[in-house]
Design a binder for this molecule. Structure first.
Ligand code: SAH
Length: 408
């Protein structure tokens, strides 16, 4: 389907299809939450194509918001506007410019830098994530309606950011949930051969826009890497789940750690991390490919000592149901990690599981303190960098917790 068909109704002035909510279901959407689940929908008037503009109405016929329709997804409508403005090229352009302007104000716009330019709901663009690595953008369309508009969006993104080239990537798991096609390789302009080198806090990292995890680099931890590094002077540091060594290199080069050991299960990530150590002349940093849980057991078994332990594991849960399992896993790694520290040692502990709330995580830490019979002082309660805003009306946009603690 072309974008003409997706938006013509606006230009012709004809009414959009209407999605009517069940009685008493309108409150969250008047409250600007952008996801209309199929369970809230009473019926649809008209026959909207997937990706088409629809109006959301309360059961009494009152206009609530305007969004994009997807019959394949549990999120039947994603909302973009709470007025009756057209969701046309001009609309997407202004949303993109508004997002890019924020990163500029943060000073995240250095030519060789990297930043998240668009963070989905938090930038009023549900289903669109865009990261910039130097002169290139990586786009993930996580909603069908955004994927169908990719040809319309790429030139707008290029213009707003000045990018030389854009790579579009698909997430297979999401594709199934949204009915996205994953086999179309889209790109715009020039695309890089080999890794793109970016600068973060004066350190250089190689990022593979084609094969890395996520979009190649964990941009959300940017400020946390610098914050953690402030506690690293003279320290022997363990960076567990290190990926391409962001925290490790920051601890060594910005923080002045004396020795750093980074561990990750991914051979590929460890290879990139080693190359990064060389690139930044960090001779006191060593990386190993190993399972993090096994490695912790082994280090504890050998009675190793570290002055600082960084734990940044992958998501342990996607559902509410597995929350208890996830908290047990967090408890385990934090207990073992903390037991490697002498009194006064620093524990940098993170969770990127959106279902684990800050209070849950603090509660888990209190359990660890109790079991170890040691005091844990929380020094800093941090989140994602400000290029990953949290939408006050869509708290699902808050997922990253990073606590810097002192273990006595
Ligand atoms: N701290 C990193 C990001 C870590 S992301 C940074 O700042 O860039 C989580 C990492 O955990 C991923 O690199 C993934 O490969 C790794 N991982 C997943 N399961 C693991 C396991 N069982 N043992 C060790 N590492 C694991």
């Amino acid at each position: 389907m072309d974008t003409e068909t997706l938006a013509t109704q606006d230009r012709s002035g004809a009414a959009h299809a209407q999605v009517i909510l069940k009685p008493r279901k309108a409150r969250p959407f008047f409250g600007r939450h952008p996801w209309v689940l199929d369970s809230a929908v009473d019926h649809v008037e008209g026959q909207p194509a997937d990706g088409a503009v629809v109006d959301l109405l309360a059961d009494n016929g009152k206009f609530v918001a305007r969004g994009l329709y997807n019959s394949h997804s549990r999120i039947r409508v994603r909302l973009y506007s709470w007025t009756a403005e057209p969701l046309d090229t001009g609309f997407w352009k202004s949303r993109i410019e508004r997002a890019v302007e924020h990163r500029r104000r943060l000073g995240y716009d250095a030519a060789d830098g990297a930043a998240r330019l668009i963070y989905s709901e938090a930038d009023g663009l549900s289903g669109l994530v865009v990261d910039r690595y130097g002169a290139y953008l990586v786009v993930q369309a996580t909603a069908l309606a955004m994927q169908r508009r990719v040809d319309e969006l790429l030139p707008l993104l290029a213009e707003a950011s000045g990018a030389r080239g854009i790579v579009v990537r698909a997430d297979r798991a999401l594709a199934r949930l949204e009915g996205l096609s994953v086999d179309e390789d889209r790109s715009w302009g020039e695309t890089p051969e080999g890794p793109v080198f970016i600068n973060e806090h004066g350190l250089r990292y190689g990022v593979d826009l084609g094969v890395g995890q996520k979009t190649g680099f964990y941009l959300d931890q940017r400020e946390n890497r610098a914050a953690a590094a402030r506690y690293a002077r003279g320290a022997r540091v363990l960076d567990l789940f290190c990926y391409t060594g962001g925290f490790s290199l920051a601890a060594a080069r910005l923080g002045g750690a004396t020795e750093v050991l980074g561990i990750d299960t991914s051979e590929k990530a460890v290879a990139v991390a080693r190359a990064g150590a060389e690139l930044n002349s960090a001779t006191n940093v060593r990386f190993e490919a190993a399972d993090g849980f096994d490695a912790l057991d082994e280090l504890v078994g050998r009675r190793e000592r570290f002055d600082m332990v960084i734990l940044d594991p992958p998501k342990f849960t996607r559902t509410r149901r597995s929350l208890d399992d996830a908290l047990r896993a967090y408890h385990r790694i934090n207990r073992l990690g903390a037991s490697l520290l002498p009194p006064g040692g620093i524990l940098v502990t993170c969770s990127c599981s959106g279902n684990v709330m800050r209070e849950d995580f603090l509660h888990m830490l209190s359990g660890v303190a109790q079991q170890l019979g040691r005091e844990i002082q929380v020094l800093e309660q941090r989140g994602a960098a400000p290029d990953h805003p949290v939408s006050a009306t869509c708290l699902e946009t808050e997922y990253l917790k990073c606590f810097i603690c002192r273990v006595l």
